[in-house]
Write a protein that binds this ligand. Structure first.
Ligand SMILES: CC(C)(COP(=O)(O)OP(=O)(O)OC[C@H]1O[C@@H](n2cnc3c(N)ncnc32)[C@H](O)[C@@H]1OP(=O)(O)O)[C@@H](O)C(=O)NCCC(=O)NCCS
Length: 172
């Protein structure tokens, strides 16, 4: 069984190399999660440093999944930026290392993220994900509502336009 943990800012900083390994593996595997190939640990560590800063500032909830003490998965809930959306969170960067997929880690991470977001007063979460990706198939299984598709929203990591599918989930 994986351990699911919510990281403090200090724990997030200590976890940067491990989180970078997960992100680099997902981009190498073709996941459209914001970055282009080639993508290496140095760039990934910069990204996770910003995430740790956001955790310190109180703007981000960061969760990890561990197997035998190793971080192999992660997800975040970002606070919506504007004062008129205090009840909304942005579900981001659900990532599971290829070596740990298909064992229920994403489901456990999502359940924990939704539970903690609700505990912190969020009643609505939104996310977008690459249309046609493995992830797109997962969210409806976890109770998320599909809203629609925006064409040519981003690029696949190896190049070429990628549509995005929007989802939401009410927590209350
Ligand atoms: C998407 C991702 C996080 C799934 O992680 P995972 O740990 O393998 O997922 P789980 O084992 O928890 O599976 C969750 C559910 O989705 C289903 N599922 C998993 N992979 C699937 C696939 N490729 N196609 C269809 N369904 C799938 C599982 O059967 C499970 O459903 P169930 O619990 O009802 O049986 C992982 O593939 C990944 O990291 N992909 C690259 C990064 C990415 O695209 N992230 C999304 C950013 S929005």
């Amino acid at each position: 069984m994986p351990d699911i943990r919510i990281l403090s800012a200090d724990e997030a900083r200590a976890a940067i190399p491990a989180l970078a390994r997960v992100l680099v593996d997902c981009v190498a595997g073709g996941a459209s999660v914001g970055f282009m190939q080639p993508y290496g640990p140095d760039e990934a560590e910069l990204y996770w440093r910003d995430v740790a800063d956001a955790v310190a500032a109180g703007g981000n909830l960061l969760l990890v999944a561990e197997l035998e003490g190793q971080i192999v998965g992660t997800v975040q809930v970002g606070a919506a930026q504007m004062p008129n959306q205090p009840h909304r969170g942005d579900l981001k960067k659900l990532l599971v290392h290829r070596s740990a997929r298909g064992r229920g880690l994403a489901r456990r991470l999502m359940q924990a993220a939704e539970h903690e977001a609700a505990r912190r007063g969020k009643t609505l979460l939104v996310l977008d994900t690459a249309t046609g990706s493995d992830a797109e198939a997962i969210y409806p299984r976890l109770g998320w509502q599909r809203v629609g598709v925006i064409p040519d929203y981003a690029l696949w990591p190896q190049g070429g336009f990628c549509d995005t599918t929007l989802f939401y989930k009410r927590l209350a």
